[in-house]
Design a protein around this ligand. Structure first.
Ligand code: AHM
Ligand code: MG
Length: 348
């Protein structure tokens, strides 16, 4: 540097980047809705608090005696992991003190739980899978929480609690998920785009890190449990064959974590397609419509993607039961259009 040159701008001179926490963001989103009260942001803060507590426990999983099966079998016939139980308890606790919530439905509870359902202030139901992909916990692989918020339909009596939650995904007023991965990230939408927040463990706050996420038009990866290929319907195998042999104009690689929320998170950020098709063992699919497929489909559509059960848009499906299963195919617009074309060709 010559003596006449001005000094380079230093960080001290740069404008500080504003830090936006998820609570600030939720409040900003709420201001867009005329007449919205603070109840909704208070409700969402129950989810953010619970997921911080869950992530703290997940981070210590190898250090404590929490790993392994509790021995109980949940309503799906699966052995519960201890962390499943903890995650469920924490969500139930944090949400049940929010008076705007009338009904809670969880993968881990056979029936919906009523909390303030008799209160005229209770407007919402929350459905969730407290710890998705929990068979991955013992081997240190990412797991997550999925959730959706539904408003009590106007024509439903306070005590008709199943009807609070048995609504198509189009009725979700908010949905999201948290991935407990190499960092903890919360992704949510209130129907106005998709936003991601990374937990800063030093201050315990979710900080805006991925504003207005858009799913890429096309990706490089497909994600499916190929061990079940012999059990997939023919149309799915035709699609996968075409994908693998470059018939959609590009080569693909495969990625499958076996934790839907993590596989979807990659698909959201990098594009591509995630499939959990019907199989011989699970002819209606494995994943649950209300608290797994619907929140993921809501986020996917809000980010410009598509989600279907193979024949129908996920969000249009009317659930008949709390733990109803569905096939799920979700991804970028290009891959999904290719997939839907193959399905139509097989149907005709
Ligand atoms: P879970 O809710 O009991 O954890 O099961 C759901 C999980 C999903 O996260 C994942 O996509 C799927 O099960 C993996 O199943 P599979 O091992 O049959 O591929
Ligand atoms: Mg699950």
């Amino acid at each position: 540097m010559t003596p006449s040159e001005p000094p380079a701008a230093t960080n001290a001179n740069a404008r500080p980047v504003p830090i936006i926490t998820v609570q600030q963001h939720i409040l900003q989103e709420q201001k867009r809705c005329p007449g919205a009260s603070g109840e909704f942001s208070w409700l969402l803060s129950g989810i953010t608090l619970a997921t911080k507590m869950i992530q703290a426990k997940v981070r210590r999983a190898g250090l404590t005696d929490i790993l392994g099966s509790l021995g109980d079998v949940n309503v799906q016939g699966e052995v519960q992991q201890k962390l499943d139980v903890y995650a469920n308890d924490v969500l139930l606790h944090c949400l049940s003190v929010r008076e705007s919530i009338g009904v809670l439905a969880s993968e881990e509870n056979e029936r919906p739980l009523t909390v303030h359902y008799e209160s005229p202030n209770a407007k919402y139901a929350v459905v969730f899978d407290p710890l998705d992909g929990s068979s991955n916990i013992d081997v240190n692989v990412s797991v997550g929480t999925t959730f959706a918020i539904l408003r009590r339909p106007v024509d439903v009596e306070l005590n008709e609690v199943s009807k609070w939650v048995l609504q198509p995904g189009t009725q979700q007023v908010a949905a999201g998920y948290v991935v407990y991965g190499s960092s903890t990230i919360l992704v949510y939408s209130v129907g106005n785009g998709v936003h991601g927040f990374t937990l800063d463990p030093s201050v315990g706050a979710y900080v805006l890190s991925h504003e207005n996420i858009r799913m890429p038009e096309r990706g490089k990866y497909y994600s499916v449990n190929e061990a079940y290929r012999d059990d997939f319907p023919t149309a799915y195998n035709t699609y996968l064959d075409k994908l693998r042999t470059g018939q959609f104009g590009q080569a693909y690689a495969s990625r499958y974590i076996g934790s839907m929320v993590s596989d979807f998170h990659r698909t959201l950020l990098k594009g591509g397609i995630f499939l959990y098709p019907p199989t011989k063992d699970n002819p209606t699919g494995k994943l649950r419509l209300l608290y797994e497929a619907n929140p993921i489909a809501f986020i996917a559509e809000q980010a410009g993607g598509i989600a279907t059960d193979g024949t129908q848009r996920i969000l249009d499906k009317s659930p008949d039961s709390i733990h109803e299963r569905t096939p799920l195919v979700v991804g970028s617009p290009s891959e999904m259009q290719d997939f839907q074309r193959v399905m139509q060709e097989h149907a005709s």
